[in-house]
Write a protein that binds this ligand. Structure first.
Ligand SMILES: NC(=O)c1ccc[n+]([C@@H]2O[C@H](COP(=O)([O-])OP(=O)(O)OC[C@H]3O[C@@H](n4cnc5c(N)ncnc54)[C@H](OP(=O)(O)O)[C@@H]3O)[C@@H](O)[C@H]2O)c1
Length: 324
């Protein structure tokens, strides 16, 4: 099969198609004929040599895919050859085929097209596990999502609204603010022009839950924005990894800070997240309440252009890689 395997780290041009052996389905796995994959920020870091895959994972990039089951491994039940699926991967999505543990498979939901379904697994599992399973976002609470126009942000807006929360986002331009409002955000703050702490406090008295992609640069201001009992969940370090935390403020507010990563979790933990997503989020996707948001799509052979697009910024939603 053809795949994008990382032979050396560097700029996007290191991403070229090569011929590699087809994967086979181990016990508890299926092989998926991939229709599409998607580009994640972690892929950019991995390409640059800053984010090696976990031990045992292949050197083929790609954390999610959609496609059709082509082969069942030993002991697999509940799935058939020919089923249309999408999947959370530890690696291997930038290819024509991938072997996937069954616990990381999801059916392609209702009205969603097979190719578009590749935009869902990573954002769905990340947003659901953090907002619902970790932060316990409740109806009538206020959620602040940083980077509202990105892949994660566009999904988090829809999930937050579906759960009955008030959703505020930060974005880099007024045009992106308008698009986030059209997607359901109640408030969109241009981080280049406004101070999100002031705006969120003035509008809502603070945020009960914050989903943060910036890490160190926003830590202090995020804590200032939290309400009493507020929960800050850090999932990205686009603004650095080390900062000072004022425990006095945390203590007075009875606030919590959690930092999580999806990729490094065990098979069992990933399967538990996928199961909860299937049970509780997938019905919302089936009903069209939560939809994939796709900003751009490139054929697999143009993975380097897809990386450049995400790196340069300005894409609204996900960047897809189409395989067939
Ligand atoms: N921990 C996990 O398990 C996990 C899983 C998936 C993703 N992530 C992380 O989540 C983050 C978002 O991922 P993604 O797929 O949505 O990436 P993406 O589509 O590239 O979006 C990145 C976002 O960052 C925003 N941004 C840049 N500078 C900002 C600033 N100063 N303040 C607020 N926002 C700013 C951008 O906003 P504008 O374009 O509007 O400027 C853009 O919306 C990344 O850091 C990624 O690594 C973590």
């Amino acid at each position: 099969m053809r795949a994008i395997m990382l032979h050396e780290s560097g700029d996007p041009d290191v991403l070229t198609l090569t011929e590699v052996d087809d994967p086979s389905a181990g016990p508890g796995e299926v092989v998926v004929d991939i229709a599409a994959s998607a580009v994640n920020r972690a892929d950019l870091l991995q390409r640059q040599g800053h984010y090696p895959p976990p031990p045992g994972a292949s050197d083929i990039l790609g954390l999610e895919c959609s496609g059709t089951i082509a082969e069942l491994g030993e002991g697999v039940t509940g799935w058939e050859v020919g089923d249309q699926v999408c999947a959370l991967l530890t690696s291997g999505g930038y290819a024509e085929k991938v072997a996937v543990p069954v616990g990381q498979l999801l059916p392609v939901p209702g009205e969603v097209e097979l190719v578009a379904a590749a935009a869902l697994p990573e954002v769905a599992c990340t947003v659901w596990s953090n907002l619902v399973m970790t932060a316990r976002l409740a109806e009538d609470e206020t959620l602040l999502v940083h980077g509202g126009a990105g892949g994660i942000g566009t999904h988090a807006i829809q999930v937050g609204k579906a759960l009955g929360a008030t959703v505020a986002v930060t974005v880099g331009s007024d045009e992106r603010a308008e698009r986030c409002r059209r997607l359901g955000a109640d408030l969109a703050i241009n981080y280049r022009e406004q101070d999100f702490v002031e705006v969120v406090k003035a509008e809502y008295g603070g945020a009960d839950v914050i989903l943060d992609n910036m890490g160190a640069r926003y830590l202090e201001r995020n804590v200032d924005t939290l309400t009493d009992g507020g929960r800050l969940v850090v999932i990205g370090m686009q603004g650095g990894r080390k900062a000072e935390l004022d425990l006095g403020k945390m203590l007075r507010k009875r606030a919590s800070v959690t930092a999580t990563a999806l990729r490094s979790r065990s098979l069992e933990q990933k399967a538990a997240i996928v199961e909860d997503v299937r049970e509780r989020l997938w019905p919302l996707v089936e009903q069209g309440v939560v939809q994939p948001v796709i900003g751009e799509a490139f054929p697999l052979a143009r993975a380097s252009d897809a990386h450049r697009a995400l790196e340069e910024g300005g894409v609204f939603g996900k960047v897809l890689l189409t395989v067939r």
